[in-house]
Design a protein around this ligand. Sequence first.
Ligand code: T4K
Length: 396
Amino acid sequence: MTLSSFAQFGARPLFDKPLPIGQLYFPSWQRYEAACRGIFERQYYNNNGPLLGEFEDKLRRFLKVKHALCVANATLGLMMTADAMQLTGKVIVPAFTFIASVQAISWAGLEPVFCDVQPETHQIDINQIDALIDPDVSAIVGVNLWGGSCLPRELVKLAKVRGLKVYFDSAHAFGSTVDGVPIGNFGDAEVFSFHATKVLSAMEGGCICTNDDELAARLRSIRPSYGSETPVSIVRVANARMSEGQAAVGLMSLEDFPANRENNAALFELYQTQIASIPGLRLLVPSGVSFSNYQYAVCVMDEGEFGISRDLLIKLLKAENVVARRYFYPGAHRSVPYGQEFPQFVESLPNTDAICASVIQFPIGALVTGSDVEKICRLLHRIQMQSRDIRAALES
Ligand code: T4K
């Protein structure tokens, strides 16, 4: 085995085109075309159209939740939720999350308070929350990461005892359940993402779920839902409506969800068996759920054991047309503008920093086959076995 077998050193890439991160499960063109034909025949494109109504109704039944409000994307959904909940002052949020979880808090005029996460699960560390509570804190945001959960029951219980509200960023968790209860039912509200990279996709989109009638009414007025509801008094409006085109894709994606989730589970299992024998790589099993959507293949890397750095591994994989990512980097507490605005958190979240430095995501989803996973894992094995030579060659 020589280094010249790697694309980084001149070989042909392992894959002819980039194998992406992201779910990218889409209906066939024929199904999409038929749905679009219906939209054009009806000449009804937006504002509570029939497909949106059907999609929201099916989501409600699928998730067993009282209200499911579709929105243009999860970022807007999170912004609207923080605003509609009429929060004040500060909101506790894990620092290890996509930046939108935090930006939504800022957009609603609130101040984020960053909490560290658990090293094993990457979910918010509930034991560290009490130390962050002061009289200005009005809520906690739980983030259900990686198709797992942040133990929503425990978080809701803690919030109740402390007199705080709680909502969840469940962008990663559509279809996952906690003790059989679908994520979407916990806290005051939960927000899903239906971005193209998510297991349920409307190309771009999201959904806010709540069992609270008053909150749902405020959210409908913020969205807004012209013509369908009696508006209620709110502070501001954001046009976050989901179009009929998005709802059409969402409906087909919901129909396909069981099969797509099964495909993810099979790919995840392959990763699990093959990565187990690679020194320095540990695949994260979604925690805190009784059923997972297996939307991500996330590994934690021990650079010393693997032999090269995480960032060099990403570079080598990119040369082979394997897209691997270091979500999330850096932690939200170090990102612009939060690192500058709230310097007190920069050096105070060791678990978040350690995870940001060691996490790596591998391709999983519609465009990945079982044989691709096997090829990726064999490649990882080869890289690990030749790590010393690779390092020497690239450092010289
Ligand atoms: N909360 C959490 C915890 C989140 O992770 C997110 C979003 C949100 C809230 C907010 O949800 P949204 O407002 O987005 O609904 C992606 C997604 O844009 C974002 O939805 C996601 N989380 C975040 C973690 O990742 P990028 O900028 O890294 O995606 P991008 O465009 O680089 O795509 C990823 C891979 O997929 C690449 O390999 C390219 C491939 N791809 C992507 C798209 C969109 C395709 O091949 N085709 C495509 O159409 O943000």
